[in-house]
Design a protein around this ligand. Structure first.
Ligand code: ARG
Length: 477
């Protein structure tokens, strides 16, 4: 093919046509070349692409498809290219479409004809599926480390607040007193399930498609188990058509990422409420906040707000991948090139959000007195008074009715149940005696009484924190 035979709006023939130009009579349209390229975003897994190629070449030499000298040239060439990329001396070319062809083309430029042998017994279809899995596996490991740091931060803050009492809410209305430590442990539990989901997802990510070639496998006597071992894969994929096609592992990751973001968003929402002038339960240090350009008094909880906002894009990334996959016939289709950006976006967003949370949580300062004051309002011990009557033989539904009337009096008198006199309380039931104030109507009595696994009593929270440390050790062993 010569330059003159190409229409004006085309890339030069020595470019992509060198990779697959044999059957083409004109070069790719310049806009089409750019439109179909992925190198702008898939260069991010150059490291995994090179590692995969080195393993592939090593295997090809082991089974006698490459000589040892050829293998060594390829490995050396690829290692040099990795250094070039890392030093910023690598010219990424759109006309070479993707990370795979950029690196292969550069290899041939460097080491000559041997470079053209690297792709023996392989296709970009199994290559890209392998790269994404290697890349995602590394990212999952980093995300798990961030989760662990955040979980430890929560346990640390919880340990300091085993005895800190705050109102617990349902419908965002004061419900019953809880300990702040207990509330933080609720967040911890959400994140433990997130960890388990990611670890489970990792098992299915860590299988090797390489050897599936374009779709049907390859005619060379490849040793897939050997390549898998070199790359740290747990197993090889069982079916070549499936292996080059399905991205369910990435969808699973995005689903796990979406759940992490949903949890972080809920925690953010609480932090935003708690730092408001109306609640004042918690102070977020200035370094995590920003001000207003017009209102001098403002200190905004930007980090939690942004994370609450960012949850939406990760949910979108999940839907993008599901939709990308649903209509595809077997095996590989170019649609799959669109798997990368939603996956990368979910990875980046979840990483950034976890990083911010892991830094911010240990720095939170609870306003213990204000939390306590709030717990004293809103009749938070009403259930305790009902339970007190039940213990004296009243049926729960009747006790509920009695206490409801006492609350109505409190509302009218603008007094908490603990601020009513014994005589006032006895109007509603003569079973109420002087011990009611200690046994039922103090905040301490209320939380201490919830003394079972999963309950809010300081004793239970302390035990839960101890168990949580052991669970973390097992989780991240
Ligand atoms: N850049 C492509 C992708 O991301 C690599 C695989 C291309 N395969 C093909 N047959 N065109 O999916």
């Amino acid at each position: 093919m010569t330059t003159s035979s190409n229409p004006p709006n085309s890339v030069t023939p020595d470019q992509t046509s060198g990779m697959w130009g044999g059957r083409f009579s004109e070069a790719t349209d310049a806009f089409v070349a750019e439109f179909t390229a992925s190198v702008q975003f898939d260069q991010r897994f150059y490291k995994q692409d090179i590692a995969g190629s080195i393993a592939h070449a090593t295997m090809l030499a082991k089974v006698g498809v490459l000589t040892e000298a050829e293998r060594d040239d390829i490995i050396e060439g690829l290692s040099t290219i990795r250094s070039e990329i890392e030093a910023g001396n690598f010219e990424w070319r759109i006309d070479l479409e993707d990370v795979h062809m950029n690196i292969e083309s550069r290899l041939t430029q460097r080491i000559g004809i041997t470079g053209k042998k690297l792709h023996t017994g392989r296709s970009r279809n199994d290559q890209v599926a392998t790269d994404i899995r290697l890349y995602l596996r590394d990212e999952i490991d980093d995300i798990l480390k961030l989760l662990e740091r955040l979980q430890k931060g929560l346990l640390g803050l919880a340990a300091k607040n085993v005895n800190t009492i705050m109102p617990g809410f349902t419908h965002l209305q004061t419900a019953q007193p809880v300990t702040f430590g207990h509330h933080l442990l609720a967040w911890f539990e959400m994140l433990v399930r997130d960890t388990e989901r990611l670890q489970d997802c990792r098992k299915r990510v860590n299988r090797m498609p390489l050897g599936s070639a374009a779709l049907a496998g390859t005619t060379y006597p490849i040793d897939r188990a050997y390549t898998a071992e070199l790359l740290g894969f747990e197993a090889v994929s069982e079916n070549s058509l499936d292996a080059v096609s399905d991205r369910d592992f990435a969808i699973e990751f995005n689903a796990a990422a979406a759940l992490i973001m949903m949890h972080l968003s809920r925690m953010s929402e609480e932090l935003i409420l708690w730092t408001s002038a109306q609640f004042k339960f918690v102070n977020i240090p200035d370094r995590f906040c920003t001000g207003s350009s017009i209102m001098p008094q403002k200190k905004n909880p930007d980090v939690p707000e942004l994370i609450r906002g960012k949850s939406g894009r990760v949910f979108g990334d999940l839907i993008s991948l599901l939709t990308l996959m649903k209509g595809q016939p077997l095996a590989y289709n170019k649609d799959n090139q669109e798997d990368k950006e939603p996956l990368f976006d979910a990875i980046d967003t979840v990483r950034g959000s976890l990083m911010a949370f892991a830094d911010m949580i240990p720095a939170l300062v609870p306003n213990i007195e204000i939390m306590r004051e709030a717990a004293l309002r809103g009749f938070s011990t009403a259930t305790d008074l009902a339970d007190y009557l039940v213990k004296k033989g009243v049926a729960f539904r009747d006790a509920h009715e009695i206490v409801g009337k006492a609350v109505a009096l409190g509302v009218a008198a603008e007094k908490d149940l603990s601020e009513l006199t014994l005589e006032q309380l006895q109007q509603f039931s003569d079973l109420i005696t002087a011990d009611v104030f200690d046994k039922a109507l103090t905040l301490e009595a209320s939380v201490n009484a919830r003394d079972h696994i999963g309950g809010t009593s300081p004793k239970q929270v302390e035990a839960a924190i101890a168990r949580a440390h052991t669970r973390l050790e097992q989780l991240y062993a």
